[in-house]
Ligand binder design. Structure first.
Ligand code: NAP
Length: 238
């Protein structure tokens, strides 16, 4: 046990407990003669859709990622006052949508952790779990990156991973760049333009609520799952 880790972690869930959740982390980095690039696709995934899948695929191609862990947030930090679907449903849909791609792995890592999900805890646990020849790339929406300076332990987070902000074409990155520059924190941020991000989870939820088709907007198995479980039917998810 690295005692410095314990001392620096300000989480409500100790990092050593998160480390015990390493059961679904892929074996990576064993060949020390090369660098491994691990993408962590962070999101609520309520539900996962083709925009997320295309963004991850683009990150694999443009950054040269070896694997992407799709990690639904258990209890998203900035959504404590919002209605979010059951974590197991969000995980199951993520599993269904990623199962045909060997480069994509659905992970329960954040789902199985109690308490509010803070990205810094996840990245610290991953950094601690993997050897130094594994580089971490945290991929999420550029809208989320805008607020990164107010995330828990932002300064520590900046040292743990390269951040990848996925945007739709034409998205104004000025606000994100300004916030990050003003913070004085040395974030390593890359942006990916992903046309498929015209699709959003809220768009899918809204269509389901109005009885419209979501076919081809997400994986067929996810469409079936949503209908079978009656997700997004009546509740006011916003
Ligand atoms: P959000 O505010 O719901 O999402 C903001 C925007 O980014 C939405 O347009 C969303 O579209 C998009 N987006 C989210 N994840 C994406 C992904 N992986 N790829 C492409 N676009 C994505 O964000 P959130 O889901 O709550 O949080 C995103 C990630 O940041 C999560 O892993 C969360 O744990 C982390 N986070 C951490 C902290 C913290 O540690 N304090 C605070 C906030 C967020 P869709 O709705 O279509 O996905």
């Amino acid at each position: 046990m690295d005692s410095s880790l314990q001392a620096t972690s300000s989480t409500n869930v100790p990092v050593e407990r998160a480390r015990d959740l390493s059961h679904d982390l892929p074996d990576l980095g064993y060949d020390r003669s090369r660098t491994w690039r691990l993408g962590i696709m962070g999101g609520t995934f309520d539900p996962i859709h083709n925009g997320h899948l295309v963004a991850a695929e683009q990150a694999v191609g443009e950054i040269g990622l070896d694997l992407v862990l799709f990690m639904p947030a258990g209890s998203p930090a900035f959504k404590q006052d919002k209605l979010v679907s059951d974590p197991d449903d969000r995980y199951d849909m993520t599993l269904l949508a990623t199962s045909d791609n060997p480069t994509f792995i659905a992970s329960r890592f954040e789902i199985d952790r109690e308490g509010v999900t803070y990205t810094v805890d996840t990245l610290q646990a991953l950094r601690d779990y993997y050897s130094d020849n594994v580089e971490l790339y945290f991929i999420t929406g550029a809208d989320a990156i805008i607020d990164i300076v107010s995330w828990r332990d932002a300064e520590r987070l900046a040292h743990l991973a390269t951040l990848v902000g996925a945007t739709r074409p034409g998205y104004d990155l000025e606000a994100a760049r300004k916030n990050i520059a003003a913070s004085g924190i040395d974030f390593d941020v890359r942006y990916l333009e992903v046309p498929a991000l015209a699709i959003s989870s809220s768009y899918l939820r809204d269509r389901v609520r109005r009885g419209k088709s979501i076919k081809y907007l997400t994986d067929e198995a996810v469409v079936g799952y949503i209908h079978k479980k009656g997700l997004y039917g009546t509740e006011a998810h916003t």
